[in-house]
Design a protein around this ligand. Structure first.
Ligand code: PLP
Length: 378
């Protein structure tokens, strides 16, 4: 199998799996239990929170474990709106967010909030000036993702934060950093974001665990996500997913050890893939591939669900899943203002530190063959 869908999810390496098995079978205590096994689990949990916080350059107390990036996004938005409920009912986001943000915003609209969806330009870019243009007295939340999962565009979170400050806005800033964490530089102090969503399974951790960074000053007024036993400083009750968290922390530690080399390799694979695939006549890049691991392309007139199906049967995994939903272009591809043929042909290739040139050569041959042997749509 040749895997080019690392933006969808990543495999867990043996060291990460071992860390999880150790917790499942040996250090399996409940971190709230008051005997040595429980205390050992609590110490391990604290240590793991510190590892992930260290990678983000924030305090461990600012990091709350959740069950996934989707949960982090949902909680961040709901909690921000609750915190700001006496100040206004206007939200600014983008038309190209992940559905974990967009669907919450749509639900808010049904309940009386007004939402401005900023549209990207034809290269997938969103600017701080657009946020400034949409800002109102009653804007209480700006939610803009850090890296777009379909195009790899990097959005200017630090500039947006500066804009909010210079305009004296009371709006809180949330960023969905699920595709950014340990892919592009990310430090809450530099970015000025109040809330940052993370997920483990995009960086070699297991599925089913994420985290939300909450700026310390907000925490005492933060809306708890789950009420119960008071875990996660009383904001997200529920016995901690200790094995998932162990896998998350191990994946972070391993990636941090070699981060520069991993990112340099991933970027070089993205650039090599771009060079090879662009040599196929009519193929073109969509958006601006700034993040190291994501490349969105179109083979105009060749519907990507056919391409993905055919390559899948040859053991090559790539995505039209995000880029194509039940035969319709995704909301991200649609927002780029493409022709029907370009939109239909959109596909995403995504990379990791494990990707090799040989794999990319195989992809190139398979895409070329697909183009030669299939009739284009009319
Ligand atoms: N946000 C972005 C940008 C994503 O790419 C994803 C996953 O694809 C999510 C949120 C959701 O994360 P999770 O799968 O952990 O719920």
């Amino acid at each position: 199998m040749i895997y080019f869908d690392y933006a969808a999810t990543t495999p867990v390496c043996p060291a990460v799996a071992d860390a999880m098995v150790q917790v499942l079978t040996e250090n399996f205590g409940n971190p709230s239990a008051q005997y040595p096994l429980g205390r050992a689990a609590k110490d391990a949990l604290d240590g793991r929170r510190a590892v992930i916080a260290g990678a983000l350059s924030c305090a461990p107390e600012e990091l709350f474990f959740t069950s996934c990036g989707t949960e982090s996004d949902n909680w961040a938005i709901r909690a921000a709106l609750h915190l700001q409920r006496h100040k206004g009912r206007h939200i600014i986001t983008t038309a190209v967010e992940h559905s974990a943000v967009l669907e919450v915003c749509k639900d808010c609209e049904k309940n009386g909030w007004e939402v401005t969806y900023l549209r990207p330009d034809c290269k997938g870019r969103i600017t701080a000036a657009q946020v400034e243009g949409a800002l109102r007295e009653d804007t209480v939340l700006v939610s803009v993702m850090a890296v777009n999962n379909e195009t790899g565009n990097v959005y200017p979170i630090a500039d947006i934060a500066k804009t909010l400050r210079s305009r004296g806005s009371a709006a809180l800033l949330h960023t969905d950093a699920v595709q950014a964490f340990l892919k592009v530089p990310l430090r809450p102090q530099d970015w000025g974001a109040d809330l940052i969503s993370l997920s483990a399974h995009k960086i070699g951790g297991p599925k089913g665990v994420g985290a939300l960074y909450v700026r310390r000053a907000l925490q005492s007024r933060m809306l708890p996500l789950l009420f119960g036993g008071g875990q996660e400083q009383g904001l997200r009750s529920g016995t901690e997913a200790t094995a998932q968290i162990a896998g998350f922390a191990k994946a972070v530690a391993l990636r941090m050890q070699d981060l520069d080399a991993i990112l340099a390799h991933t970027c070089s694979m993205r650039d090599y893939a771009m060079e090879r695939l662009l040599s196929i006549p009519t193929v073109r890049v969509l958006g601006t591939p700034e993040a190291p691991h994501v490349l969105c392309l179109t083979l105009p007139g060749y519907p990507s669900q056919n391409l993905v199906g055919e390559l899948g049967s040859q053991g090559i995994c790539l995505s039209a899943g995000s880029a194509c939903h039940r035969g319709k272009p995704s909301h991200v591809v649609a927002a780029l203002g493409l022709s029907k043929k370009e939109a239909a042909g959109a596909f995403r290739v995504s990379f990791s530190g494990e990707t090799s040139k040989e794999e990319i050569d195989a992809l190139y041959s398979a895409v070329s063959r697909h183009k030669e042997t299939r009739f284009p749509m009319l």
